[in-house]
Design a protein around this ligand. Sequence first.
Ligand code: COA
Length: 558
Amino acid sequence: MRILLLTHSFNSLTQRLFTELRAQKHTVSVEFDISDAVTEEAVALFRPDLVLAPFLKRAIPASVWSRHLCLVVHPGVEGDRGPSALDWALQQGLSRWGVTVLQAQAEMDAGPVWASENFDLPSARKSSVYRREVTEAAVRCVALAVQRVQSGDFTPRTVPGQAHVPMAQNHRRIDWQADPTAVVLAKLRAADGVPGVADTLFGQPCHLFDAWPEAELRGTPGDVLVRRETAILRATCDAAVWIGHVKRPGGFKLPTTLAFPEASALPESTLTPWLKAGSPTWQDIAYTESDGVGFLDFEFYNGAMSTAQCQRLQQAVVWAATQPTGVIVLRGGADFWSNGIHLNTIEAAASPSDESWANIVAMDDLTEAILRCETHYTVAALRGGAGAGGCFLARAADLVWVRDGTVLNPHYKNMGNLYGSELWTYLLPKRVGTAGAHAIMRNRLPMTAADAVRTGLYDRCLPSAGFDAEVMLRAQALAKSCQLASLLSDKAAMRRTDEAAKPLASYRHEELREMQRNFYGFDASYHVARHHFVRRSPQSWTPRHLALHRELDWKIPA
Ligand code: COA
C-alpha cells in the first residue's frame, strides 16, 4: 500500500511506524501538518491508499478525510475523545489505558474504530509511557488496521464516547502544603515532557519536569531543601521530590541547578559515588553488581549528555573497571541510552561554540575509556533509543545488544550537517566496512534494532519482553565463561594491532578538525539547527528525505 504519514513532527511514534511499515514493504511517505493546502497538495502528489495520522495537533481537513481513508492513532481507550488523553489517565492514577486507531471524520476522535488495544498503565512519565506502552500498542493496532484495510471486508464500528476537556495548568497545579507525594509525582509525571507543571522556584515562575521520589530526606512542605548534581529536592507534606529539569519563561528546558544559579547556595546532598542507593532517590549514575557483572545505569534526562555528565560517567566506567568482575554492562537509561552531546546546556552557555567543543571532547574521552578498557569485556545494552553520537558511543563497547522495537538514529546530518566524532571513523568501518559506514552516515532515516544487527552495526537484537533479565543472564554467562580470558587477550591484541596501523589519536584528531569547522567555521548550520531543536520550533516544511512525493523524480502513480 501507499501510506502517507500525516504528522505534526517526525516524533518517536512516527519514526517507529515509519520503520515498521517500510519493513512490511509498504511505500511510506511523510508530510508534516503545516496547513490544509500543503496536506491537500501532498495527497494529490502521493495518491495514498491510506493516510495515517500518528501525531496531530489539529484536525485533518474535510477535503482530505471525505475523499481518502484517514486513520488517526489516538493514545486513549475506545470511546475516549479529545486532547490530553494520556495526561488525564496518568494524573487520575488509572491502572489500565489503551490506544485506538479510528477513522477521521467531522467530530474529533469520534470516527469508527479500526483497531484498539489496552495495556497496564505504569506510574511513569507521560513521555516514557508514550515511547514505550503507547508506541508498542500503536504498532500492533496500526498493523491490524492496515491488514483490515487491505482485506477489504472489515466494517469498523462506531463506539459511544465522551470528550474530556484539554488539561490546563489549573488542573495540574501542585499544592505543596496539602498534596501527598504520590499526587505531586502523578501531576508532574502527567505533564512530562510537555508542558510541565507551572510553579515557582526561588520566588520565580517556571515549569517543572523530571520528578523523582525521595525516600529519606524531609522538610517543611514547599521548601527547597538540598541540591545534588543537577537536581534540587523540594519537600512535600509527607516526604520530598527531586526536580531534575525546569523551563523558565521564554527559555527552554534546562537542568534545574543550571537554570537557577540560586541553587548553588543550597546544602549539597551526596551519595556514595556510583553505588546504587538502597532506597528511592535521584541518582543519575548508579552501579550494581551481580555474579561477576558490573551494571552501570545512566539515567540522563532525554539521553542528553553534558560535559560534566560525560566526565562523571567516564570516572564511573574507569572505577567499574577496577572492580573484581569480568564484564561491565552499560545500561543507559530506561527511555534513551544516549542522544549524544547535550544541546540544551550548549545553547545556554555563554559561548555555545566553546561548550560544544568541551562537550564533544568529554564525549570522546568517555568513548576512549570504554574502547581502551582491557580488564573487562564491555556490553552496551540498549533498553531505550539512541541518536547521533549516542549510537556510536554504544559501538565503543565490545558487544552491543539492543531491545527489539528500539528506534536508532545513527547519523549526525540532521543536526545542521554535523560531521560527528565519538571515533565513528574507527568504529564503524571495522563493523560494516567503509561503504557501509558511509551509507549509515549519509542515511538520515531512523533504523530498527533488527536492521542495526542485519547491517552489522550492532551485535544482537533481544526480545522486548524480559530484555533486562535476558541481558543479565547473557552477561553473567559471559563473565563465567572459560573463554573470557581469551576474549580479553584477543581484544587487547586487536587494539595493539589497530593502534600500530593508525593511532586512535589520529582518528580523533581528524574528526575533531571537522567538528571545529562545524562549531567555529563560516557555516553556522549546526548553531541554527540547535537553536530550533532546543526551542522545539514548529516545522515549516517536510524534509525531502521523508517526503517521497516531493522527490524530483517522483512519478504520480497511475
Ligand atoms: N540534547 C538535548 N536534548 C535532547 C537531545 C540532545 N542531544 N536529544 C534529544 N533531546 C530532547 C529533545 O529536545 C526532547 O525534549 P522534550 O522533552 O522537551 O520534548 C526529548 O529529548 C525527546 O526528543 P525528541 O526529538 O522528541 O525524541 P524522538 O524520539 O522523536 O527523536 C532523536 C530522537 C535522537 C532522533 C532526536 O531527539 C534527535 O535528533 N536528537 C538530537 C541528536 C543530536 O543531534 N545530538 C547531537 C550530536 S551528537
